[in-house]
Write a protein that binds this ligand. Sequence first.
Ligand code: MN
Ligand code: MN
Length: 405
Amino acid sequence: MDSSEGAPHHETPTLGNPDLPLEGEINTADDTAATVMDGPQNRVIESQFPNQIDSPPTDISTQPFFWSSFNISPRRVQRGGWAREITSADFHISDEIAGVNMYLEPGGIRELHWHQTAEWAVMTKGRCRVTTLSRSGLPSVEDVEEGDLWFFPAGTPHSLQGLGPVGAEFVLAFDDGAQSESNTLLLTDWFAHTPPDVLAKNFGVAQEVFTDIPLHNLWIFPGDEPGELERDQDASGVTWGAAEPIIFRLSRSEPLHQNSGGSIQIADSTNFPLSNTVAAALVTVEPGSMRELHWHPNADEWQYYLRGSARMTVFNTGPHANTTDFRPGDVGVVKRNYGHYIENTGDDVLQFLEVFKADKYEEVSLANWLAHVPPSLVSAHLNIPEEVLATFPRGTQGITPRRTA
Ligand code: MN
Ligand code: MN
């Protein structure tokens, strides 16, 4: 059948924006004055956002900004290391996940503490020693390196310590957008604010034992590099195989999708059982390729860009469609069920993390959907002949394969 029958007639075929009022540059071809922009501008910032300053003509309307960045976040610096964060107070739409970027020098200690939210983290540089005590009272002491994750359920006590030669840099995701790294329950605070006679009674020692405890919390402080991992494990009473694993080697895991365009590696409760409130995907996209058009039905997507450069368009009802640019250290948020793609815009590999407040990773691929409804139905919507639709991908690819020109 002729699939163009009954289709609306356009004098010149155009892409997108059939709606009124006319918006977007696709409508300004005969009105170039409409795009003049010569007021006060910061050319350096502008240069970082080519797809936002001069958006694709298919963009329409506006929506709450879905870009933020650790690059613009104030650093809290102390002897021993630093941290910077992006909470929902800074980044309004990020109400499911708060992010922290932290560095600990070799030996630098993030003091023993706990908090009301779960803590998921990915190592981005160096090595770190992690201690915890599980809810069933079982200790863990582990060393992690670049590409490894850890997960602490809410209320799990823990510490972090940078290891040589370069210390540890990592990104934390709390499963509550309002959680701040400056708002945690600290060991030194509790000691300083408990009557000494109560401390004495609790630990069965004399009050004088507590004469020299710090009166102000340490948060991050310098320390000596710890020795052999096995020695610390023995000293902490770690019994092999007893506690559920608190770490996961994401960058070494079997990909969910892999082809010439890149790969998607998953960490969620199916392969990392402890991580039952945070699911994550490590996405690698080769130059010229793209994270395909898709959405996530079960949670907002919190993104952290590790390397390369990208653009993403977020599509919502209205229609609203907006495109912006991402670089290393940037953070993006896509609300659940909003359509999106992430395209590698550079000559280098693009790598980013998708983090979800969910027990399992879930996505709906546009290509997979269209491959699994009657072709005549798709053809009736898009005016694309069925024989052409038959050349579309037959399932979820995750990443578009590299095209052989
Ligand atoms: Mn913590
Ligand atoms: Mn996504």
